[in-house]
Design a protein around this ligand. Structure first.
Ligand code: AMP
Length: 591
């Protein structure tokens, strides 16, 4: 293994690196830095965040800047403002003893005038988000005609965020003979297109397996009913009292809801999503970085570019729609050689997505059971005892009070004092988890003594759901072009929630009856009564349950029989609704 000294770095840069505590190069640095100095070839680096990429391209770039150079020598494009700031800070650190190197970061959401002034003063390295960079180029405020090096950092993220046109716009204006370095955690088609169009026979470097999650991340999934998702999250948090993690949600609304509930339930959590102003985002991020916040609940977009080490857990409250995104989520933990845990909370239907993710990350998930109340209490208790043993005691500060305290506790034995102290801290958990149900789907089934066979399972589910549906009347029917899949789509889209169980759907010529899980009845009512379908105003209202049997029969007929409905893949929910409707059909037939 080469050391930093042997890689051709100057004494000034080596000194800075040593001060940062970098003793040996990370694998990507070991590969990229010597290659950078060896020849002029373009480089494609497939690597996760947290692998030391910034130093891999930053250190050699700093070395190539000549003192008298006043033009933009290197342009680094990154997906988010946070990442731009982080990269420019890192570069400032690396160039600590090369004072002539001027680094300027430009990104959206900040004053354009200040950035233009900074560029005018002179910049050797510009670190930019694509949108702001193109804007500055179009205004003639930035000049990259003498550019020697272009770096595309987290290229897949930039393209995911829709910066395709901006990247094309910027890269087209750069000189032909520049050198390009592209870094990406994954290699989807769009990234390959950029590499093909703007790079010349690049050398490809892969750190770990392509698309692999960080090597030191363990992947775990818990299987619960969709309605128990939040309870499962709480148990995970309670079972890991020292958790420092990110909880990923799919939408802003869900992010807000989950964070609000956690805060209300006394957890040290906050939300990060696109509805926050920049200063609110900065505030939340500062709390998280300082570790005064334990759980950050975030959307994928808002969490992009979060560059925080030591994250112990990444929790997928919901799996992402595009499974590739799982790689990015889980890559937020297990950084800089540390180990981490990535957890997915999945419902019955989502379970089959786990093997697909395993293929992408090249690693297996371990299925674990959601901890029971007893297990959590035990864990919390020992955590408390552990903290008590290790607490720092400031003798001089507490000494003046001890005599009175001892006197007051005279009537208690040592054992009793311990009991009192433990109960004081611990009753909250004991009360909360007293008689708490088992949230695991499988465990609950076996507790009920039901068979694990497909048939037993479906009957069990059907029995449960039969009692838990709310029936609605909808003012549109077959004549309005409505089919079962449209109802599913409407419920998905209007509520922005794909976890709502849908029961029977009974489409008549002029109106429809449909059932949704009782837990979500209010949400559905609210969401439906402020919209339209194909130009017709939508109105729904709760309906009597009495017509259900007839409804079921009609549903089978109106949707062309169970077989036809079962085969429909177009509705996002088709798989699950199909399973549940069929199960009801079966259990009814049996009776
Ligand atoms: P990056 O992937 O560039 O965001 O780096 C991830 C983290 O690893 C940052 O906190 C760096 O400061 C740290 N780091 C980078 N290179 C090294 C190294 N050679 N030794 C120790 N830490 C490093």
């Amino acid at each position: 293994m080469l050391s930093f000294q042997e890689m051709g770095l100057s004494p000034e840069v080596i000194e800075a690196v040593e001060e940062l505590g970098f003793e040996t190069p990370t694998p990507i640095q070991e590969k990229v830095i010597p290659l950078f100095f060896e020849n002029d070839k373009d480089i494609v680096g497939l690597a996760q965040t947290g692998t030391g990429k910034t130093a891999a391209f930053g250190l050699p770039i700093i070395e190539t800047i000549e003192k008298k150079n006043k033009s933009v020598h290197a342009l680094i494009l990154a997906p988010t403002r946070e990442l731009c700031i982080q990269i420019s800070r890192d570069l400032e650190d690396f160039a600590r003893y090369k004072k002539s190197v001027k680094i300027v970061a430009v990104y959206g959401g900040a004053s354009m005038e200040t950035q233009i002034r900074a560029l005018r003063k002179g910049a050797n390295i510009v670190v930019a988000t694509p949108g702001r960079m193109l804007d500055l180029l179009n205004r003639g405020a930035a000049n990259i005609t003498k550019l020697q090096i272009a770096v595309l950092d987290e290229a897949d993220e930039m393209l995911n965020m829709g910066f395709r046109d901006e990247l094309d716009g910027i890269l087209q204006t750069t000189p032909e003979n520049k050198r390009t370095l592209l870094f990406s955690a994954t290699m989807p088609k769009e990234v390959a297109r950029i590499a093909k169009n703007y790079m010349h026979e690049p050398v490809k470097i892969t750190i770990g397996k392509q698309n692999a999650g960080a090597e030191n991340v363990n992947h775990i999934f818990y299987q619960v009913h969709a309605k128990d998702r939040y309870l499962a999250l709480k148990r995970i948090a309670d079972y890991n009292p020292d958790i420092y993690g990110i909880v990923f949600c799919r939408t802003r609304t869900e992010t807000k809801e989950v964070a609000d509930k956690l805060i209300k339930d006394g957890y040290n959590a906050d939300a990060l999503h696109g509805d926050l102003s920049q200063s609110q985002r900065d505030y939340v991020m500062k709390k998280f970085r300082d570790k005064s916040l334990q759980m950050l609940v975030a959307t994928d977009v808002a969490a992009r570019g979060i560059d925080v080490n030591d994250i112990s857990h990444v929790i997928n409250y919901n799996l992402p729609d595009e499974l590739e995104i799982y790689t990015h989520r889980s890559g937020r933990t297990g950084r800089a050689g540390k180990s981490g845990i990535s957890i997915a909370i999945v419902n019955f239907r989502e379970r089959n997505r786990i093997p697909q993710i395993e293929k992408i990350i090249g690693k297996k998930f371990e299925q674990k059971l959601v901890p029971t109340g007893d297990e959590i209490c035990k864990r919390q208790l020992f955590n408390l005892i552990d903290r008590m043993e290790k607490v720092r005691i400031d003798e001089s500060q507490i000494e003046p009070f001890m005599e009175k305290v001892n006197k007051k506790l005279e009537w208690l034995s040592k054992e009793e004092i311990i009991k009192h102290f433990v109960s004081l801290e611990f009753n909250r958990f004991l009360d909360y988890y007293k008689d708490a149900p088992d949230l695991n789907i499988n465990a609950r089934k076996s507790a009920k003594g039901s068979s694990d066979s497909g048939r037993g399972r479906r009957e069990g589910r059907a029995g449960k759901y039969d009692d838990n549906f709310t029936r609605f009347f909808l003012n549109l029917g077959r004549k309005d072009g409505l089919e079962a899949k449209n109802i599913i789509g409407l419920v998905n889209d209007k509520t922005n929630n794909r976890d709502i169980n849908i029961g029977d759907i009974d489409i008549k010529d002029n109106f429809t009856f449909f059932e949704v899980s009782q837990d979500f009845a209010d949400d559905v009512l609210k969401a439906f009564n402020k919209g339209s379908y194909k130009g017709c105003e939508i109105r729904i209202e709760p309906a009597e349950k009495s017509g259900r049997q007839g409804g079921r029969k009609s549903f089978s007929k109106s949707s062309g029989g169970r077989g036809k409905y079962a085969g429909k893949k177009s509705g996002k929910r088709s798989g699950r609704s199909n399973g549940e409707t069929r199960s009801k059909g079966r259990s009814r037939k049996k009776k």
